[in-house]
Design a protein around this ligand. Structure first.
Ligand SMILES: Cc1ncc(COP(=O)(O)O)c(C=O)c1O
Length: 481
């Protein structure tokens, strides 16, 4: 009998090659343990509502009304919903032809794309054209759409930071392209070094690759750094000189936990640099409703904005977007609400401001508790989470632990994270899932567990870690390079 088309031996090899550690071995073991009745703290995915973050009231009110438009005809609607939510719901419904149950244009609802462009313009101080803004089912789909447009085959290289969020490595593998890594510098708070970029691109070109794009994740996942204006200028200059399109993943732009390095968009820095760069460097920027204080991961809303991309290419991207007919319509409305929020004087403003500020302030405190907690542990060093939702401590594993892991047939960080999971219920992702320098080990946790649970979680981590180190540490040196 020949193999059938969907037998494992017959399927697309690229599907098998793509790895996604965030829901990998650790996650599967954690779900098994949960089924057996163990309490698991899922810190493997940046999924705020799953860890107790409450949805903001105003956007949910507007979307609820859009979902159930008959409520708008109810004479008592004003008793349940504030007038500004009612007005916004009516406005969004007027943007659609057929409400939330109808497909929209494949680029998204024009009225919402206009709200996105107006937001970008307010944020950066430079014009943004809604014709170059496409709404998507989360930033993940946006990234996939753009990588799909760029990658022609294995000869095409995409520069990706290491450590990186595995959406990039997995999608590049799926599309049959080649990932060109550039390393972030842990000792410089995960900064980006242009010498490293040059080294990476010339090595790749020496191997015959056509390096076409560079990805930055700012603020970083899993590394949590915020890129400085200077760093962004260097990156854009590099892209100009090397003829690369810059893919700016900016989904964490409102998750900032320090004041020294606020978020600055790649678009603003590019425009500030003026011609010829501002007219020539191709840039695609991504954003999402999944992060920030919205944290609406399940809604699947995102957008990308294209700068200096020729209209003919935009038409091709539009054509391909049309194959999926339309992005999620409710998620588009969340995007509009995230970027065009209640203003001072609006009925819902105070509540909205209170709720969103409360979430961000608590995240800022949690970022601090986690970093300090990790740094108080034996053989653990951790950069402060300047932004995003993660902590990425380095675990300096003693040689004996490396030997034991090898005997167990596991990568050393996977072994450590599995032991941590079994002992404490804390489900993390081993650093190898994001890429790390040879012989250096990390794990990633989100900073999302409830603030009141945080001290106990860090205590239980410390107890596990320090016992683990006590057991294996024979003072022969550590894994750290
Ligand atoms: C850096 C980065 N980009 C993109 C995404 C995907 O976001 P979305 O939920 O909008 O697909 C994530 C999700 O965690 C992320 O961390």
């Amino acid at each position: 009998m020949p193999p059938k088309p969907l037998d494992l031996v017959s399927i697309n090899e690229n599907v098998k090659k793509a790895q996604y550690a965030v829901r990998g071995e650790l996650y599967l073991r954690a779900t098994e343990l949960q089924k057996e009745g163990k309490k698991i703290i899922f810190t493997n995915v940046g999924n705020p509502h799953a860890l107790g973050q409450k949805p903001l009231t105003f956007p949910r009110q507007v979307v609820a009304l859009c979902q159930a438009p008959f409520l708008l005809d109810d004479p008592n609607v004003g008793l349940l919903f504030p007038a500004d939510a009612i007005a916004r719901a009516k406005q969004y419904l007027s943007f659609t032809s057929g409400g939330l149950g109808a497909y929209s244009d494949s680029r998204g609802i024009p009225g919402v794309r206009k709200e996105v462009a107006e937001f970008i313009q307010r944020r950066d101080g430079y014009p943004s054209d809604p014709e170059f803004v496409f709404l998507t089912d989360g930033a993940s789909k946006a990234v996939m759409q753009i990588l799909n447009t760029i990658i022609r085959g294995e000869g095409d290289g995409i520069m990706v930071p290491v450590p990186q969020y595995p959406l990039y490595s997995a999608t590049i593998a799926l599309l049959g392209g080649t990932l060109v890594p550039y390393y972030l510098e842990e000792t410089a708070n995960w900064g980006l070094d242009t010498n490293e970029l040059r080294k990476s691109v010339s090595e790749a070109r020496y191997k015959g690759l056509n390096v076409k794009a560079m990805v930055i994740i700012n603020p970083g996942n899993p590394t949590g750094q915020c890129l400085s204006q200077e760093n962004l200028r260097e990156v854009l200059q590099f892209c100009y000189e090397e003829n690369l399109v810059l893919l700016g993943d900016e989904v964490y732009q409102t998750n900032i936990y320090q004041d020294e390095r606020p978020f600055i968009s790649s678009k603003k820095v590019l425009m500030d640099m003026g011609p010829p760069l501002s007219k020539e460097v191709q840039l695609v920027s991504f954003h999402s409703v999944s992060k920030g204080y919205f944290g609406e991961c399940g809604q699947r809303g995102g957008y990308f904005e294209m700068t200096n991309i020729p209209p003919e290419t935009v038409d091709e991207i539009y054509k391909v977007a049309s194959i999926s007919l339309s992005p999620n319509v409710p998620a588009q409305i969340f995007m509009g609400l995230m970027l065009n929020q209640p203003k001072p004087g609006d009925i819902s403003y105070d509540q909205f401001a209170r709720e969103s500020k409360g979430i961000l302030e608590s995240l800022r405190r949690r970022a601090r508790i986690m970093t300090d907690g990790f740094n108080s542990c034996r053989n653990v060093v951790c950069n402060f989470t300047e932004g995003a939702m993660y902590s990425f401590p380095q675990i300096r594993l003693p040689p004996k632990a490396l030997e034991i892991a090898q005997q167990a047939g596991k990568a050393a960080d996977v072994y450590y994270c599995l032991k941590l999971l079994e002992a404490t219920g804390i489900s993390t992702v081993p650093g190898s899932g994001f890429g790390q320098k040879e012989g250096v080990f990390h794990l990633r946790t989100t900073i999302l567990p409830a603030e009141e649970e945080m001290p106990a979680i860090m205590d239980s981590f410390k107890k596990f870690n320090d016992d683990f180190m006590e057991q294996y540490d024979d003072h022969r040196g550590y894994s750290r390079l």
